[in-house]
Design a protein around this ligand. Structure first.
Ligand SMILES: [Zn+2]
Length: 340
């Protein structure tokens, strides 16, 4: 197991605050000196809130605008915590779009034991067969955090699901040597307080099923995306992720001229990829956890459509597609089985 409870660095409030403070201190240092604190604060907030992605150009197979339309549609259902009617509506919408794209869709339903009692949850799995039975999973979560204030999760929950939908359309209309599974995890968010047992419900269940059904040996890698719609895009190298996958993703980003959005300074983040890494399957988390000034939009009422941008989805998609191209040339011929 590569993640330990002591490693949790993004989800617990204490460590989050420490991380925010570190960024704050770094911003102060970068701006010159403590003496300039009063003037640097608004500047830092302004920079973090300002979109840093370019206007979209239409030369990619992944349609950022179409993906953004899906994001808005998901948000229109309202808050989407596990077990809610709005999440069921999201699921119906997602399944319908996947069918229309030509993918086979399976629902992986289960009952999760949570601090709030038993809650029905459902992962969606879209399969796009290639010429090889070797599988690469591209995954994200589609639930939103249960809160006592209005929270629509445009970025946190919306962007990953919208990204996967458009990626399914791209992969379904071309010939692939690898087989692809697009997996939409339910229950990523903690229902009460993040712990080993509260959070990552969908991916933990999915990992159990992979082992139980004997299909684990087919799965060669998992690429997880989370909060990749932020209009101010900055993705750090996640340090629990498999190093060779990180190398492929970050060198693809450099090659495409997206080095400013894929920064190589590491962050340790516990996310759905942890459940798959535990099985010995190589996995990477592509995630932007700097959301708004001082991370103000994360898990707050400010996580709305206007904080997201189609170009961010498209940039991440281009990097993921370049990564898949690299995997297509190497993975099908490699011996199967989970290994790092
Ligand atoms: Zn979240």
């Amino acid at each position: 197991m590569r993640t330990k409870s002591s490693d949790r660095s993004c989800i617990t409030g204490l460590v989050r605050r420490q991380a925010v403070r570190r960024r704050f201190e770094a911003a102060l240092a970068a701006s010159g000196a403590l003496a300039s604190m009063a003037s640097s604060l608004p500047l830092f907030a302004f920079v973090q809130a300002r979109p840093n992605v370019p206007t979209l150009s239409g030369d990619s197979e992944f349609d950022g605008e179409r993906s953004f339309t899906d994001l808005k549609r998901l948000v229109s259902f309202g808050p989407r915590p596990p077990g809610s009617r709005a999440l069921e509506q999201s699921r119906e919408f997602i399944a319908g779009e996947l069918h229309a794209a030509g993918a086979t869709v399976a629902l992986d339903s289960f009952t999760a034991s949570t601090p709030l009692g038993s809650i029905p949850m459902t992962n969606l799995v879209a399969k796009i067969p290639g010429t090889s039975s070797a599988v690469v999973i591209i995954a994200g979560h589609y639930d939103t955090k249960r809160t006592n204030f209005p929270f629509v999760g445009a970025n946190d929950g919306g962007s990953s699901a919208a990204f996967l939908l458009e990626m399914a359309r791209v992969l379904a209309r071309r010939k692939n040597s690898l087989s692809y599974w697009l997996v939409f995890f339910d229950g990523e968010e903690a229902l009460q307080r993040w712990s080993n047992t509260d959070g990552l419900y969908g991916s933990r269940h999915f990992a159990q099923e992979l082992s139980a059904q004997g299909t684990l040996n087919q799965v060669r890698a998992l690429i997880l995306v989370d909060m990749i719609g932020d209009a101010h895009l900055d993705i750090h190298r996640e340090s629990h992720s498999t190093p060779w996958l990180n190398d492929i993703v970050f060198s693809a980003a450099q090659r495409l001229g997206y080095g400013q959005y894929f920064v190589t300074s590491p962050r340790a983040i516990e996310d759905d990829h942890a459940s798959i890494l535990e099985l010995g399957v190589p996995a990477i988390d592509i995630l932007d956890l700097d959301y708004g000034p001082f991370n103000l939009y994360w898990h707050t009422r400010y996580d709305t459509v206007d904080k997201c941008n189609p170009a961010s989805l498209a940039i991440v998609a281009r990097v993921v597609l370049a990564t898949l191209a690299a995997l297509e040339t190497t993975l099908p011929s490699r011996p199967g089985g989970a290994s790092q």
